[in-house]
Design a protein around this ligand. Structure first.
Ligand SMILES: [Zn+2]
Ligand SMILES: [Zn+2]
Length: 360
């Protein structure tokens, strides 16, 4: 029998989370309901609870990497999505109505004041986050079916992996035979490496810092061809170690010096992808003429697109991406705050990826 209330994690103030009960709404012809199986935790969650991201109003529902089982889906939604009740799905956090000026012109929908995991709790019906037992499947939501063979820890990685496909394959144009250098041994960097390996890149090199050694070793187990440790902030150290590459992807958070190293390591005429936000106020001092003279292309897609989201889930479904060597940890809903804070712990053996499993 279906529950009549959902338990939902809500941000009520800076650094404050509460698990609240919200009624499960009626659903109709073109919407539905998800029983949440897992929701990945990432650095954005920490920024959101600390209030260091502008433009969101509290109380806010949290959890933008949801996946689970569809328990209600109206006939029109079934037809539109090609899905049915009982299907296991990963849900794209982006909500797009498809017909407002924002959707038509900039790609940022103006109908919704946020995405899944950043919406005000007061916005009906409130079930807009994946740190919850149930999530509302809006007519504006998109999702991709997940095979039952995908493990829960693999499933929880769908969102970072989608970003990896966006940065490496969509923006970086990695394909068969490519040679790619990736900076950063966190989930972003690992995801770019996995996406590159999935499309049969010839050589994938992952660069990390000294304290990333355990992660770099794990990356080798996941199939990365070469790993290097960057010891200093010297702009040319990375290039001197790895040689020049036609594609360099920088996924390091908070570091301007990494961008200088990345620029130095791009071959003339090559491409640099900035994978994700650095954080407020991070700058890099580079002689602009270097970019021009060396004919470099720099691109910075912030995160996944519909295309990369589908690619990531299909890659998981294919069984050709094995994340089992990756250390992950699952938390119950009540310990969501602890889960989010654990990813900033300085413990060198901390899990690479953390998730909340609301049915635990
Ligand atoms: Zn995230
Ligand atoms: Zn819209």
């Amino acid at each position: 029998m279906e529950a009549d209330a959902a338990r939902v994690v809500v941000v009520t103030g800076p650094g404050r989370l509460e698990v609240v009960e919200l009624p499960i709404p009626e659903t109709g012809d073109d919407d539905g309901l998800l029983l949440v199986e897992t929701n990945g935790v990432c650095g954005s969650d920490l920024e959101l609870i600390e209030g260091s991201v502008d433009g969101y109003s509290l109380p806010m529902v949290l959890g933008h990497e949801p996946a689970g089982r569809i328990i209600r889906l109206g006939p029109a939604a079934q037809k539109r999505l090609g899905l049915k009740v009982g299907d296991r799905v990963a849900v794209n956090s982006q909500l797009r109505c498809g017909h407002c000026d924002g959707c038509r012109q900039t790609g940022t929908c103006l109908t919704f004041p946020g995405t899944y995991g950043t919406m005000p709790a007061a916005f009906e019906p409130g079930l807009w986050g994946g740190f919850a037992t149930h999530m509302y499947l809006s007519p504006s939501a998109t999702m991709v079916r997940v095979a039952d063979t995908v493990t829960r820890s693999e499933l929880a990685f769908h969102n970072p992996l989608a970003n990896g496909f966006e940065w490496a394959v969509q923006a970086g144009q990695v394909g068969q035979g490519s040679d790619v250098l990736i900076l950063g041994a966190g989930p972003r960097g690992i995801a770019c490496a996995l996406a590159s390996l999935f499309v049969d890149a010839r050589q994938v090199t992952l660069a990390g810092l000294g304290h990333d050694r355990a992660r770099l070793d794990m990356a080798r187990v996941l199939g990365v061809h070469r790993t290097v440790v960057v010891e200093t902030n010297d702009a040319d150290e990375l290039r001197d170690t790895t040689g020049s590459h036609h594609l360099v992807i920088d996924t390091t958070p908070g570091s301007g010096s990494a961008v200088r190293q990345a620029v130095s390591a791009v071959a003339d005429g090559g491409r640099l992808v900035l994978g994700g936000l650095k954080g407020r106020g991070v700058t890099f001092g580079i002689d602009v003429d270097i970019i021009v003279r060396r004919r470099l292309t720099m691109v910075g897609p912030p995160s996944k697109s519909t295309a990369s989201f589908s690619q990531a889930v299909e890659a998981l479904n294919s069984g050709r991406i094995h994340l089992e060597p990756m250390t992950t940890q699952a938390y119950p809903l009540e310990r969501t705050l602890e889960a989010i804070k654990s990813i900033t712990a300085t413990d060198l053996n901390r899990p690479l990826h953390v998730r909340v499993d609301p049915q635990l």
